[in-house]
Design a protein around this ligand. Structure first.
Ligand code: FES
Ligand code: FE2
Length: 450
């Protein structure tokens, strides 16, 4: 689709009222191009955690849309980020994903850049350029704004973007607080990365999907990777290939979920902490059971046991990890996993934590390999001439939920539903219209009813 026709058709591509999405948004190249320009070219994007670059000269390469930036700890302790592309003829000035350097030397002709991105060395400057090249004009290109929230480093290419805490709003800040509050947190070295042949939006909407685990992850239940009460079976609906009713164990969290939707498209969705503990008898979130943590999270935040997501692509898991879903092409997404640990926890505790992280998500994670199969197949079907005409449905709980606004949050208490997914797509649509920041905020103020 051409740009004008995409914008003209936005209302029909996503309908909050009908709970329907047009499948073309998962495979259309023009829509992908617009996403890069209007969403990833403007939004605050997560780059890394400060614990990854503690010392002067430490750097980490992070994605910002289809660009790659180097996030670098400066001599004065500050942090800067600039495009990893040489100002001479475009070569990447750094081939490593992370490390420590005194400067960055481009391997093509040797132009050399300081930790602050300034051009500090040009081979043959007097011989070839007759000392006429003004080095001050050719630094590495910096991001427009960079800020940290509780150690989480974000940047934006848009100099008119609101300050980071305002962009995150109460919902996004709570999402990061739910990770920061676990202790004195640091990233375990080594970011796990792998590629799935899927559109990035499938990987995002799945974050909120509490309808799929009992089927997609049946093997994880059977193995005990996901704990479920022994007698809790969901019967009816799904049938095996022999026609028998499929009995699947599941977490009985359908009774009480908590959803929060926020400005710019941030959302949190999943089980209510108390309901989860009562219904499963397991106590997976011991870190939060102290008065100070509860007070800092607030009475609503301390109930969240589900998944926060910061628009467009940053997911904080209930298990203490952070994942980036990095769009590379309409049908290709890189999944990045940052695992966190508490510096004060024992080696045994941290080893157990890391093992659970590795076995849940990432290239060796059972859950995400199962999810990835579904996402890849769903993406493939959006390319079929006739298949792509079939709408994508998000109708669960549609029109049945009241929104309560309190402490800056918009909260829905309801059984399992698809409100957070719909909110993500609604916000996505408003971002694609490329409004001013003020208009965008107004158009993504949560509605009173879902
Ligand atoms: S492209 Fe980097 S020095 Fe020429
Ligand atoms: Fe899953």
């Amino acid at each position: 689709m051409a740009e004008t026709s995409v914008v003209d058709q936005l209302d029909s591509l996503v309908s909050l009222e009908r709970g329907e999405i047009d499948r073309r948004i998962f495979s259309d190249q023009e829509i992908f191009n617009l996403e890069m320009k209007h969403i990833f070219g403007r939004a605050w994007l997560f780059l890394c955690h400060e614990s990854q670059i503690p010392k002067r000269g430490d750097f980490f390469e992070a994605p910002m849309g289809t660009d790659n930036v180097l996030v670098v700890r400066q001599k004065d302790g500050g942090i800067k980020a600039f495009l990893n592309t040489c100002s001479h003829r475009g070569n990447a000035v750094c081939r490593a994903e992370e490390g420590n350097v005194r400067n960055f030397m481009c391997t093509y002709h040797g132009w050399t850049f300081g930790l602050d991105g300034e051009l500090v060395g040009v081979p043959g400057s007097s011989l070839f350029y007759k000392d006429k090249l003004d080095r001050s004009k050719y630094p590495l290109r910096k991001v427009a704004q960079l800020e940290s929230y509780r150690g989480f480093v974000f940047a934006t290419f848009d100099e008119t973007a609101p300050p980071l805490p305002e962009y995150l709003g109460a919902t996004g800040r709570l999402g990061l607080d739910l990770l920061a509050e676990r202790g004195d947190m640091e990233v375990i070295p080594g970011i796990q990365k792998f590629t799935v042949k899927t559109n990035w939006k499938f990987t995002v909407d799945n974050v909120f999907d509490y309808y799929h685990p009992q089927i997609t992850h049946m093997s994880a239940f059977a193995l005990g990777l996901i704990p479920a009460p022994p007698d809790n079976y969901m019967e009816g609906g799904a049938k095996s290939e022999t026609g028998a009713n499929l009995e699947v164990p599941f977490l009985p969290t359908d009774l009480h979920n908590v959803v929060m939707v926020g400005e710019y498209g941030h959302a949190i969705s999943g089980p209510d902490q108390d309901a989860l503990e009562v219904s499963t008898g397991v106590e997976p979130f011991a870190w939060r059971h102290n008065d100070e943590t509860q007070a800092r999270l607030g009475r609503h935040g301390s109930r969240v046991a589900g998944h926060p997501h910061i628009f467009p692509t940053t997911w904080v898991t209930a298990g203490g990890q952070l994942s980036l879903r990095v769009p590379r092409e309409p049908g290709v997404t890189e999944i990045w996993w940052f695992s966190f640990r508490d510096k004060n926890a024992s080696p045994e505790e941290n080893a157990a934590l890391l093992s659970s992280h590795i076995h849940f998500f990432g290239p060796a994670g059972l859950l995400e390999q199962e999810d990835g199969e579904n996402w890849a197949q769903s993406t493939l079907q959006t390319k079929g001439l006739r298949s792509r005409e079939v709408p994508q449905l998000l109708k669960m709980g549609l029109g049945t939920s009241e929104v309560v606004k309190d402490d800056g949050l918009a909260i829905i208490d309801a059984p399992i539903n698809e409100h957070a997914q719909l909110w993500t797509y609604h916000s996505w649509r408003e971002w694609l219209r490329n409004p001013t920041w003020e208009e965008l905020r107004e158009r993504t103020v949560p509605h009173d009813r879902f």
